[in-house]
Write a protein that binds this ligand. Structure first.
Ligand code: PAF
Length: 281
């Protein structure tokens, strides 16, 4: 496995693979990799001849008061995980390599990006779409792998690929959880011991909601209140949102009658965590 830092080096590797007729899988990440990322790399390895992992903390997707400066980094540990999982190339550019001084082009999206995380992170998806578009142009993969934990991001990327006629397949992969249910996230490392215990309430509240749905509850308001009530019992939490939306359009629904996405964002102390599940009626 090789680690490269420039666009040129990726292009050279890709062009050599293409000459040999090899397929390319791609896993875009911001590093500090965990078992969630590893499951994406694993799937990419199973389905492609070569696998590129990008490790780039993209400044463009962070708002002014967010955690860009403190985002955790450990390239050495990340490269060990990539190597043992079977990735072939890590692309780890500096911000100047991705955004030259005269950079002024963006990929923006209406609709899907307005609700859920887009409400409290208004510039986030423009940054994600722009960087993912650039990375797709650099790596030119056949398939790219994204986690279902960022359900809105996955929907946005799928829509971007469709709208802009990009020639690759987007593969969504299941959420990987800790033993106590907390969804794996690089941001879990921000949690103190006490906060880590409190963070279990995210998955617990979703399980309560899921239970009521399985019993046949069809009122979105009732489900939302059950989830909110469960989260609010935990004193270290502050709810950003608890939303029940159509799984495809991400528009709020009033009744449970189609496939729905139940998505939450909750602050545990200063750390904002997200989680979700999809429910099919
Ligand atoms: O999900 C992430 O880690 C990031 O949003 C992504 C897709 C790597 C773009 O920076």
């Amino acid at each position: 496995m090789k680690i490269v830092h420039t666009v040129q080096e990726v292009r050279e590797a890709v062009s050599a693979w293409r000459k040999e007729g090899l397929s390319i899988g791609f896993v875009p990440t911001m590093g500090y990799l965990h078992e969630g990322h590893q499951s994406l790399i694993q799937r990419a390895v199973e389905e492609n001849d070569q696998v590129v992992v990008s490790i780039f903390v993209n400044p463009m997707q962070f708002g002014p008061n967010e955690d860009l400066e403190s985002y955790p980094k450990d390239l050495e540990k990340d490269s060990l995980l990539c190597e043992k999982t079977g990735a072939t190339l890590i692309f780890n550019p500096q911000p100047e390599e991705m955004y030259t001084g005269d950079f002024c082009s963006f990929v923006d999206m209406t609709g899907l990006t307005k609700g859920l995380c887009g409400k409290s992170r208004p510039i986030h998806f423009r940054g994600v779409c722009t960087v993912v578009n650039k990375l797709f142009n650099i790596v030119q993969p056949d398939r790219a792998y994204f986690g279902q934990k960022d359900a809105q991001q996955l929907a946005v990327i799928k829509q971007m690929v469709k709208d802009l006629n990009m020639n690759l397949e987007i593969v969504g992969c299941p959420i990987i959880r800790e033993e106590d249910g907390l969804a794996k996230s690089s941001r879990n490392t921000y949690l103190s011991k006490e906060e880590r215990v409190a963070a279990r309430v995210l998955s617990q509240s979703l399980e309560e909601g899921r239970g009521r749905l399985e019993e046949g509850e069809t009122s979105v308001q009732v489900i939302r209140e059950i989830i909110r009530g469960c989260i609010e019992k935990e004193p270290l939490t502050k709810i950003d949102y608890v939303e029940i939306v159509d799984a495809k359009s991400l528009e709020p629904v009033e009744k449970v009658e189609k496939t729905i996405l139940i998505a939450i964002a909750v602050y545990i102390g200063k750390t904002r965590l997200i989680d979700n599940f999809t429910f099919e009626c």
